[in-house]
Structure formats: C-alpha cells, structure tokens
Write a protein that binds this ligand. Structure first.
Ligand SMILES: [Zn+2]
Length: 363
C-alpha cells in the first residue's frame, strides 16, 4: 500500500529563494508546453505528446531550467498531459469543460520529483539542487520512497512524500486493547500484561551522563574534547538504534494481536517541539511508540484511536467512581465498588472503554 507523508519544511533564506525560483521556472515551462500544444494543434491538427515535450527539453534548457533537477522538468510535461487527459475525458462524457488554462503567478504552487533526487532524513529532506532542508518529520515510514512533491501553502513550504510500504492488512483477531504508558513500566495493556523498559536503557543513560561530564570538562580545541564529543555521539546513536528496535518490535506485537488499539492522546507535536531538551529515554520512546503504533495499525487495517487522557488514572474502570490519586499510589482501590487493581491496569481499561465509545460514536 502507499502512504502519503506530509512534512513541514524550514528552508533557509537561500533555500527558500531556490524553491521559489524553481517553482517559477516550472510554471513558465508549464505555460510554454501548453502554448506549444495549442499552437501546433492549430497549425497541423496534431498535438505534441508528453514524450515529444520531454524530448524537447534535452539540450535546449535555458539557464533557469539548468538549475532544476531534470526529472522535475519532465514532470511538468506529465502535468500538462494530465490536464489534457482530464479535459478530453470530460468532453467525451458530454460535458463542456474549459480548455486547460495558463497558470498565473500564485496559481502554480507545487513541483514534483517523480522518482529520484530526494531523500528523507530523520529531521530533514535532502533535495537535489537545493540541499538539505530542515523539516519536522512526525513519523518515520518504512518503505520505498516513490515521489516527492514540494508544495507552497500560505508562504509555508511542505514536502509531500509518497511511500510504498510492504505492510499488508492483517486477519481480524476479534480482540481490542487499551494501552497506558507509565513511569514504572513502559506500557500496561488492558489485558493486564506489562511491557517493561529494556534494562539497557538505564545503562545507556548512565554511560551518556558520564560521557557528557567528560566532554564538558575537556578543554576547548583539545584533542581530548574531540574524542569526548565522538563518544557522546556514539552513545546517542546506540540509544537511537536501541529505541528504534524496541519501539518497532513492541508496536508490531500489539498490532498483530489486536483489531482495535486505544491509547492516550498525548500532545505529540508539543513533545516534539522540545525535542532538543534533555529528556529521559523512556519519555522519548513513548512519543516514538505512539507514532510507530499509529502507522503500523493503519497499514495493517487496524483501528487506532487516541482518547482524552483526563481522569483515566482516577476513574474506577468497573463503576466509574472518580477519586484522586497521588503519583506514588500504585494500586487502584475503589471506595465505591471495592475493585482493587494495579493503577496502570485500571487506567488501560479506562482507555479501552473510552476508545470503544469513540468508535461507536464515529460509526
Ligand atoms: Zn469502583
């Protein structure tokens, strides 16, 4: 299946200039191709094809066109073709559509890398003839990158990537789950099962703290400092890899087992904004877990729902009585119905109930 991923770009001033310039070059080419089709048709009764127009690009590029990736220019011919296809389809079906139009400034807002010339990085998109453009990538999608369209919307730039994933819809299991993420365990399921944080997290955190101390002590410009910085970078890399594996494996297991998955709606974008702040490893893992889980669920045809997290740990999952708890209270003990349950298990049951409610309202 294909997945579309829209990524907000943060180009530098120079990169923004290049993007605008490329867009303008493509707009002009679009209008040229359109005019060429019209004029040739009027003169000869035959219109040049998309391939004729693509061929006409070789060896005849002007200085602006030379600054644009060649496949991006070729894609403009495809767009003109699509405009004509749409026009003729509507004529055939008896409508009277308008002839494909010339695009004025401000009416042409995107261009496409149809095959190559782009690369998705962890927090950037690398574009041929532009460079590495900073971006906020909300989720990483495994699969083959197909196309990348750069789009200008209200003076903001976005990259829309189409990714072909290998995931297939899974057979229904008839099971649903609510998931509570917590401090003590990485996650608690409404089935009562707990997913523990990998032990190695704590070792990594210790090693990182030690390496960072050594780095801050090392003198500027000294050889030792360069070495210390390398060590810190290597530990970060190791943490990233471990987190990646743990999160993907955990999400995969859950998606395989459950048709409907409910989680708390943590404000992921707010969390990501503070991306650079020192954050504990489990913390960063939850954010990533949510993103990965949502995506895996989607591509497996599972239902994924994020519920309002208010009161999920206070309400009794059996009778609904609300009672405040302190963070240190690890057991839920209902004064009303007498239910005694692990605190996080109780929360996971509430999340499941809320998720089920949400879906019933939806459908
Ligand atoms: Zn109760």
């Amino acid at each position: 299946m294909t997945v579309a991923l829209k990524v907000r770009l943060y180009p530098t001033k120079a990169q923004r200039f290049l993007l605008e310039e490329m867009l303008e070059t493509c707009r002009r080419l679009y209008n040229n191709f359109l005019a060429q089709r019209k004029e040739t048709y009027e003169a000869t009764g035959k219109s040049p094809s998309k391939f004729d127009q693509i061929k006409s690009l070789t060896g005849t590029k002007n200085e602006w066109q030379l600054r644009v990736h060649s496949q991006v220019l070729q894609n403009v011919a495809t767009r003109v073709q699509l405009a004509f296809d749409g026009f003729f389809r509507r004529v055939k079906s008896g409508e009277t559509p308008g002839y494909p139009r010339f695009k004025g400034r401000g009416y042409y807002d995107s261009f496409t890398y149809p095959q190559s010339g782009f690369e998705l990085q962890e927090s950037a998109v690398k574009l041929s003839k532009i460079g590495v453009v900073n971006a906020i990538v909300h989720r990483q999608v495994e699969g083959k990158l197909k196309t990348c369209t750069l789009r200008r919307q209200n003076a903001k730039w976005f990259a829309c990537l189409v990714i072909e994933t290998e995931d297939q819809p899974l057979e229904p299991t008839g099971e649903s789950v609510g998931i509570d993420v917590g401090l003590e365990s990485f996650a608690t399921l409404s089935t009562g099962e707990k997913v523990e944080n990998p032990r190695l997290y704590r070792l990594d955190e210790k090693a990182l703290a030690k390496a960072q101390r050594r780095l801050s002590k090392a003198e500027k410009g000294a050889k030792a400092r360069r070495k210390a910085r390398k060590v810190v970078a290597r530990i970060h890399e190791r943490i990233r890899n471990r987190r990646h594996n743990f999160v993907h494996q955990t999400a995969r297991k859950i998606v395989n087992l459950f048709d409907m998955i409910a989680v708390e709606d943590l404000n992921v974008s707010a969390l990501q904004k503070n991306h650079c702040l020192a954050k504990s490893i489990p913390d960063a893992s939850w954010t990533m877990f949510r993103i990965v889980l949502a995506h895996k669920a989607e591509s497996a045809g599972r239902r994924f729902v994020a519920v309002n997290p208010a009161y999920t740990s206070q309400d009794c999952s059996r009778c609904g009585t609300r009672e405040k708890k302190t963070l240190s209270q690890r057991t839920h003990q209902c004064v009303h119905c007498g239910l005694v349950l692990d605190r996080d298990h109780n929360a996971a049951l509430n999340i499941l109930a809320l998720g089920t409610q949400c879906l019933q309202v939806d459908t």
